[in-house]
Design a protein around this ligand. Structure first.
Ligand code: UD2
Ligand code: MN
Length: 460
């Protein structure tokens, strides 16, 4: 491992960049009540560790910090410009304000508590110069929250997420690590960016729709820009030879108007609603409380997606993030189980409760069932279970445990739902008395014929 790191450092050190040909950049740093020492460290490291002609300016956007002098003091430094919001805007609108004011053709975003390392800028600018649809990030090293010491991080990581849509670091696959051994300096494609530290061509940033200006304070914008870049024809990369340290903190060291949970859910919903198509339902299944958080009007962002002819979320999953597994991919059918105008309904019952027929209302809820490839008939995490092996046995809802009593086959034609071991079929003849029972299978019996009608993915 150690020799690999040395090999890696050596390979990066040996690299040279045609810095005369690279375009200068505007560095944009937004901050709200940042410690002055951290802010200064960030600015000084940008100036000291970058070829002078590559830094056009450093734009500090003071997001209405309590003390306006924090920024004013720094404005005395050469190349530093300070813009101050007259109310708290959050990091998205603040970054856009900085970007709009930028005079260089390339934008570099940084958090307000970073330290740029030696040669951090050249490889980033080079990648974007060669292809302006690339959005590129450094490897983010760790500055200790307690000692402010600089600690190197692994370069074998990329950004991803689970269906809760929270950013996480993940290790590269074995195959990718193998191929990187040959050239550890090559760019790493990443499904998602951490969000704070990246370089993007200014025209491309504008064309792609900057940020969603209705997102507030913090969170979700990295998810949104990641989907947007990939789905609209660009790419996201981590450039291993570029390293910038960042103070990772355990909690937000600033106030959070609106409450952190609500604001994060609102921003995330905006990203999900615009970019994820029907896959957004997997997010809502994973974070059910998010469904209750209002997310405002998204029509402008939907229009942006249409105008840019962006690809579907399905394309993104297949081509960019095939490692993200689709929940309940064993599900072959989701929707209603119907007999005419009646639907199989939980009747509001829960564990050990029986089920019955009820007039279809087509709004899911108690009439949402999934039929899995493994033969389970499920309502959320409850499975239709045979209560005894005798004909006439009640069918009840129990926790899915994979036992035989929960396994059913569909018999075509006719649409009978037959138990996997016994010749018993789901039957509605006694629905008003004992609910659905298991009766001797009879393909002539209408009370045993079930239609599966689809609803959206929402029940998964
Ligand atoms: C990460 C990103 C951060 C952002 C965030 C999701 C890195 C290293 N950091 O969280 O850039 O993408 O995920 O939103 O990738 N700020 C304001 N106004 C506010 C709140 C924050 O200007 O109302 C500034 C803050 O001073 C800082 C930056 O925005 O410079 C990011 O905030 P953070 O450092 O609290 O976010 P972080 O690193 O936890
Ligand atoms: Mn930060």
């Amino acid at each position: 491992m150690f020799s690999f790191i040395l090999h890696f450092i050596y390979r990066c050190r040996r690299k040279t960049w045609e810095i005369e040909d690279l375009p200068p950049t505007s560095v944009i740093i937004t901050f709200h009540n940042e410690a002055r020492s951290s802010l200064l460290r960030t600015v000084v490291s940008v100036l000291n560790r970058s070829p002078e002609h590559l830094i056009k300016e450093i734009i500090l956007v003071d997001d209405f910090s309590d003390n306006p002098q924090d920024g004013e003091e720094l404005a005395k430094i050469q190349k530093v410009r300070v813009l101050r919001n007259d109310k708290r805007e959050g990091l998205m609108r603040s970054r856009v304000k900085g970007a709009d004011a930028a005079r260089a053709t390339v934008l570099t975003f940084l958090d307000s508590h970073c330290e740029c390392n030696v040669n951090w800028l050249e490889p980033l600018l080079e990648r974007v110069e060669k292809d302006p649809t690339r959005v590129v990030c450094p490897v983010i090293d760790v500055i200790s929250m307690d000692t402010f010491q600089y600690i190197g991080a692994s370069a074998d990581l990329r950004g991803g997420f689970d269906w809760n849509l929270v950013f996480k670091w993940e290790y590269l696959s074995y195959a990718e690590r193998e191929s990187r051994q040959r050239d550890p300096t090559q760019a790493i494609r990443t499904p998602m960016i951490a969000g704070g530290l990246f370089v993007i061509n200014k025209k491309y940033f504008d064309k792609l729709g900057k940020y969603d200006m209705q997102m507030d304070v913090w969170g979700g914008e990295n998810l949104e820009i990641s989907f947007r870049v990939w789905q609209c024809g660009g790419s996201l990369e981590i450039i291993p030879c570029s390293r910038v340290g960042h103070v990772f903190r355990k909690r937000h060291p600033y106030s959070f108007p609106g409450g952190s949970g609500n604001v994060f859910a609102k921003n995330t919903r905006r990203a999900a609603e615009v970019w994820m198509d029907d896959y957004k339902h997997f997010y809502y299944s994973s974070v059910p409380l998010a469904k209750n958080i209002p997310f405002g009007d998204i029509s402008e962002r939907v229009k942006l997606r249409n105008d840019l002819h962006c690809k579907s979320f399905k394309w993104y999953l297949q081509n960019v993030y095939p490692e993200l597994s689709i929940p309940h991919s064993t599900t072959s059918h989701i929707g209603e189980l119907r007999q005419g105008i009646f639907c199989l309904d939980t009747m509001g019952h829960l564990l050990d409760g029986y089920v019955a027929l009820y007039q279809c209302h087509h709004t899911g809820g108690n009439q949402e069932w999934s039929f899995t490839n493994t033969g389970l008939i499920k309502h959320h995490d409850l499975c239709l279970t045979l209560s005894s092996h005798m004909k006439g046995a009640q069918v009840v809802m129990r926790i899915c445990d994979g036992s035989d009593s929960q396994k059913w086959h569909r018999i075509e034609p006719g649409g009978l739902l037959r138990h996997s071991r016994y010749p018993l079929c789901l039957d509605s003849r006694l629905t008003n008395i004992r609910g659905i029972t298991a009766e001797r299978c009879n393909s002539a019996s209408d009370t045993q014929k079930w239609q599966l009608t689809s609803s959206s993915l929402s029940s998964a």
